[in-house]
Ligand binder design. Structure first.
Ligand code: HEM
Length: 247
């Protein structure tokens, strides 16, 4: 059968299977991320306290299970895909066009994955635990409002990062047609890492607090998050790739 020819080589069957599994898990994860940001947050702001608490415990709780395990699978399939794509020549793969692109996509993707498990899920456990306590006649956890804010900032940050992340995932697999080689990568990485660190540390409240001017501008309204996401992509692609790497 054709499918078994060079099964584990790049661009053959295992790679296609892993790619499909990676994208399937990825759309499950990012679809729920967009549902939380664009649908759930505005809807919850209009619900009564009782309705919101019930929805949190019965709807968000279930959605978060799919969300975090889809993130885990996306990450694991992505790492396996990297292994196949790089193969025995991993160093030269990573130094080329596809490698620079996938390292950029992975920088955003892995940060998003860590935000899911390390920030959003930990904070949501406090928020949902508090709602459960109130529903069974107990008192609210005083840490819940701050935890909700922390989760919301990290979730918006993931929405922002998802825009350049997806571009560079697809660009890694298909963009080498118009970029045959990359120039010096040092300046590129300094710019990308500085932007990435500023945005991630800001969303965690480590630069100017959780309500810093940047956080309020980029994360309070989901429309702004989308604009800043496309702005980040434009800077990284047009300045990073077209001006610096192509030179
Ligand atoms: C969490 C960390 C992630 C890692 C480590 C990762 C890794 C990878 C790797 C190694 C590739 C192959 C690139 C190539 O062919 O040169 C890839 C492709 C791709 N990834 Fe990811 N990825 C991650 C997250 C995501 C997410 C969240 C999505 C969202 C849907 C995504 C969507 C894609 C797509 C669409 C492709 C291109 C598939 C194709 O056209 O063949 N990735 N990723």
């Amino acid at each position: 059968m054709e499918i078994f020819n060079d099964f584990a080589e790049a661009d053959f069957a295992l790679s296609v299977l892993l790619r499909s599994a990676h994208v399937l898990a990825g759309i499950t994860w990012i679809g729920l991320l967009y549902f939380f940001n664009f649908v759930q947050v505005p809807a919850y702001a209009e619900l009564s306290d009782g309705a919101r608490s019930e929805a949190l415990r019965k709807l968000t709780f279930r959605a978060l299970w799919w969300f975090r395990y889809a993130a885990l699978l996306t990450f694991l399939f992505g790492i396996l895909l990297l292994g196949i794509q790089g193969g025995d020549a991993m160093d030269s793969y990573l130094a080329g066009v596809g490698g620079t692109a996938i390292l950029t996509g992975m920088l955003f993707g892995i940060t998003m994955f860590l935000n899911v498990w390390g920030v959003i899920w930990r904070a949501q456990k406090i928020v949902i635990g508090s709602a459960e306590a109130v529903a069974s006649g107990g008192t609210a956890d005083p840490a819940a409002p701050a935890a909700a804010k922390k989760a919301s900032r990290a979730s918006r940050c993931n929405t922002l990062f998802s825009i350049p992340m997806l571009w560079f995932m697809v660009f890694a697999a298909h963009g080498s047609i118009w970029f045959t080689a990359v120039g010096s990568t040092v300046v590129y990485w300094v710019i990308v890492l500085a932007l990435w660190a500023f945005i991630e540390l800001s969303c965690l409240g480590l630069i100017g607090g959780i309500d810093s001017p940047f956080n309020k501008l980029a994360f309070d309204k989901h429309r702004n998050t989308i604009y800043v996401g496309f702005g980040l992509l434009a800077v990284v692609y047009f300045i990073g790739w077209e001006l610096i790497l192509a030179a």
